[in-house]
Ligand binder design. Structure first.
Ligand code: ZN
Length: 467
């Protein structure tokens, strides 16, 4: 039996195993790792993990030890002489390696559950373990039992943590490839630090806002294109600190449909448009922005809504300029993947939007469009559609705008919780399509007489209103 395997379930252990594999080589799998490999990793990595010395900042060093493993850790303990810290840490790791056993069928280790615990770790050995507050504190005793192989892996997990404003983001996922891609991002950064001989510590791309950080993580890991589009990959991201005074833990969850949607937009032709949509989710005064650092940690409503399962349809529509952000293909991708809307419903709405656009164009006026934009209730929305139906008949249209079945099933269906029909969603989807078809015409006709460069998002605040 091997020492490790993929996805053993404990986020810190899996992070460590991933970091070890990535360090040993891109194609190394957990079940290939031997004791010799673990020794090699100690010899190569521990010198890099030399702690930062405030008195000798020019010597560089890993800064995060106290925040990750408290000041009792071998590398941060003030009672251990500075020149003794690395050797003592090394001998602890070699002790773990000596005691490593192969994976068994079952055991009481908190990391793998496949070997018996032979070492007792407190929060100096595993973050957030065995004390009050938000720590893992299952048996009201200081610490928890781990096997040596897991204890060793956890000591290597900082290789793949992302540091963010004094806290850390640790990724866990149902997909080994996802974990591995993220490990690659972090380990490449550590290797670069090593190459430049400017070791600073965990990968720190400057995200203090963990929600924005998760989307950054997703984008970075997708760069390697190792995940197949049909894989159902979900992610949990733990944002935590292990300070003795006031440890913190927040867990963010990115469900598989959102990951899948992002995978398609980040990797394909929609990437640029998607970035524009994300940009208008930031609460920021763009006049004062000089670089990405001025806004990347601000609240982003697109990201917040995605993580909270709230629709982001409003961000696809530039109401002031009567213009879509992105095209129908991107919008329907979002609705299909993330909002689980049926294709037939989307197609019907698109078709009705096309017919309304034609009718508006033939009428030569934007009166009906304005009414549709301003509809504040389901009744008002229906009334506008009724006028458009009449107008189409007057103009000699051959087919009706929609059938009664389309109306009941696709345009204004009963909502799942039997509250009012989601008329606002349908209305906004129609507006999106009408803008897509008519924006140029509306501009030519002078029905859009705004400055195109000014991207006002103030209208988005009313998006969550329901009636
Ligand atoms: Zn274990």
């Amino acid at each position: 039996m091997p020492i490790y395997e993929k996805l053993m379930g404990n986020p810190f252990v899996d992070a460590g195993v991933c970091g070890i594999c990535e360090w040993l080589g891109r194609t190394v799998q957990p079940d290939q790792i031997t004791k010799d490999d673990l020794e090699r990793v100690v010899d190569e990595i521990v010198p890099i993990m030399k702690p930062f010395d405030k008195k000798r900042p020019e010597a560089h060093g890993w800064k995060n030890w106290i925040s990750i493993f408290t000041n009792n850790h071998k590398l941060s303990n003030p009672s251990i002489k500075k020149d003794q810290r690395v050797p003592q840490f090394k001998s602890l790791l070699f002790k773990y390696i000596d005691e490593v056993e192969k994976l068994g069928q079952a055991g009481d280790c908190m990391g793998c559950g496949r070997r018996d615990a032979n070492t007792w770790l407190t929060r100096t050995g595993v973050p957030l373990t065995g004390a009050g507050n938000c720590n893992y504190f299952p048996i009201f005793s200081e610490g928890a039992g781990y096997c040596s192989a897991c204890a060793y892996a956890i000591q290597m997990s900082p290789l793949v943590f992302m540091a963010t404003a004094g806290k850390f983001l640790t990724l866990h996922s149902n997909s080994w490839k996802a974990l591995k891609s993220w490990a690659r991002v972090c380990v490449e950064d550590v290797r670069e630090q090593q190459l430049k001989q400017e070791i600073a510590g965990c990968y720190t791309p400057g995200y203090a806002n963990p929600r924005n950080g998760i989307f950054y993580m997703t984008r970075e890991m997708l760069k390697y294109g190792e995940m197949r589009p049909d894989e159902n990959i979900s992610m949990q991201v733990y944002c935590w600190t292990n300070y003795i005074q006031g440890p913190e833990l927040e867990v963010f969850y990115m469900p598989a449909p959102i990951f899948k949607f992002l995978r398609i937009v980040y990797m394909g032709k929609f990437n640029k448009t998607w970035q524009e949509i994300v940009r208008c989710g930031y609460l920021v005064n763009w006049d004062k922005v000089e670089s990405e650092d001025d806004y990347k940690n601000r609240t982003n409503r697109v990201y917040e809504n995605l993580l909270q399962d709230i629709s982001i349809l409003g961000f696809f529509i530039n109401r002031q300029h009567r213009k879509p952000r992105g095209n129908w293909e991107l919008l329907s991708l979002y609705f299909k993947e993330v909002r689980s809307m049926e294709i037939t419903r989307l197609e019907k709405i698109k078709q009705v939007g096309n017919l309304i656009a034609e009718c508006i164009k033939e009428s030569g006026s934007d009166k009906r469009l304005t009414r549709l934009e301003r509809a504040k209730s389901y009744e008002a929305c229906r009334t506008v559609l009724l006028y458009i139906i009449k107008e189409r008949i007057k103009l000699g249209a051959e087919k009706p705008l929609f059938s009664l079945d389309d109306y009941m099933e696709h345009l204004f269906p009963e909502s799942e919780d039997f509250s009012a029909t989601p008329w606002r969603e349908t209305r906004d989807l129609l507006l999106f399509r009408i803008y897509e078809k008519l924006h140029n015409w509306l501009q030519e006709k002078g029905f859009v007489d705004f400055d195109e460069d000014e991207d006002d998002t103030s209208d988005l605040d009313s998006e969550s209103d329901t009636e």
